[in-house]
Design a protein around this ligand. Structure first.
Ligand SMILES: Nc1ncnc2c1ncn2[C@@H]1O[C@H](COP(=O)(O)OP(=O)(O)OP(=O)(O)O)[C@@H](O)[C@H]1O
Ligand SMILES: [Mg+2]
Length: 179
């Protein structure tokens, strides 16, 4: 079973390929409301109407290295398998938002996985792009902003090994505290 964080990584990689300069990840995880809501928003190139209409069809892709695009159809399938739902809003030249809902206690709902590893992997693949990550539970919330981290780092490369490992641990520890 795939972890939700792996889906997040997939969808964010689409935003990276779309040359976004800002990517926002929002996770709302509520035991009280029995729902997990994941939003990934970017200001990248957006999709044409044709792409948007075909994007959840697994045989559609604008890549030419491979004939099938799987990221979005797989997320959609994961949502629908556990009684959730899935929505994409995209405007050509403006950006894209992918919103997915999962029924939290559904037996088919994949675990979240390590957001620390995911954030580390994402940040490592960003060039000239900032990331904002918000994670909210019934108890509290956590935010990570690459722009703010870079400000504190004052010139040290955010992708250096030490900082990458620090980010991974910082995120995982803070997310744990939210539960
Ligand atoms: N955030 C986005 N901005 C612009 N276009 C997007 C975005 N996300 C997806 N697309 C378009 O939708 C297509 C399908 O995306 P999807 O993730 O399902 O497959 P893929 O990226 O082509 O392949 P895979 O994810 O399997 O490597 C992409 O090829 C791209 O054209
Ligand atoms: Mg993809």
């Amino acid at each position: 079973m795939k972890e939700l964080s792996m889906h997040i990584l997939d969808i964010v990689m689409n935003s990276v390929k779309a040359e976004a300069s800002l990517i926002e990840i929002e996770i709302e995880d509520s035991i009280k409301n029995n729902i997990i809501r994941i939003i990934i928003k970017d200001n990248g190139r957006g999709m044409s109407e044709e792409t948007l209409n075909n994007v959840t069809n697994p045989f559609y892709t604008t890549r030419n290295t491979r004939k099938v695009g799987l990221g979005l159809p797989m997320l959609k399938e994961a949502c629908e398998r556990c009684n959730g739902n899935f929505k994409i809003v995209s405007e050509f030249g403006k950006g894209t938002m992918v919103e997915s809902f999962f029924e939290r206690n559904n037996i088919d709902r994949a675990p979240l996985g390590s957001m620390g590893v995911t954030m580390m992997t994402i940040i490592n693949s960003l060039d000239d792009c900032e990331l904002i990550y918000n994670h909210k539970t019934d108890k509290n919330s956590f935010q990570l902003s690459t722009a703010k981290i870079k400000e504190i780092l004052d010139g040290i490369d955010i992708k250096s090994n030490d900082i990458m490992l620090w980010i991974k641990e910082y995120v995982d520890e803070n997310i744990k505290e939210l539960y």
